[in-house]
Design a protein around this ligand. Structure first.
Ligand code: ZN
Length: 91
């Protein structure tokens, strides 16, 4: 489970590298992720479980990204895309 909040910068680049249009992401509240009630977005038995922002598989992790223009958005990831994101961040 990933909880992270940071400025646009590198995360904006990561979103672009996945080919995600920020306008497709759900608007997110301006508060720390742990206070947002994010768990239904990623819980396996949640009826409102989010889909991976990149590929549409069920999400296992989520975070809030600050997208220049649209503003704060949820960035949901399935396991595979989460791992791919970590690999991108390390290079
Ligand atoms: Zn995915």
């Amino acid at each position: 489970m990933i909880e992270q909040r940071a400025g646009a910068g590198a995360q904006g680049l990561e979103i672009n590298s996945f080919g995600i249009g920020p306008a497709r992401l759900d608007p997110a509240p301006a508060e720390p992720v742990r206070k947002t009630g994010y768990r239904p977005r990623i819980h396996p038995h949640s009826p409102t479980r989010a889909r991976c922002s990149s590929c549409g598989e069920p999400a296992v992790a989520t975070r809030i990204v600050d997208v220049p223009g649209p503003g704060l958005r949820w960035h949901d990831s399935c396991h595979d895309c989460m791992v791919a994101g970590f690999k991108l961040e390390q290079t």
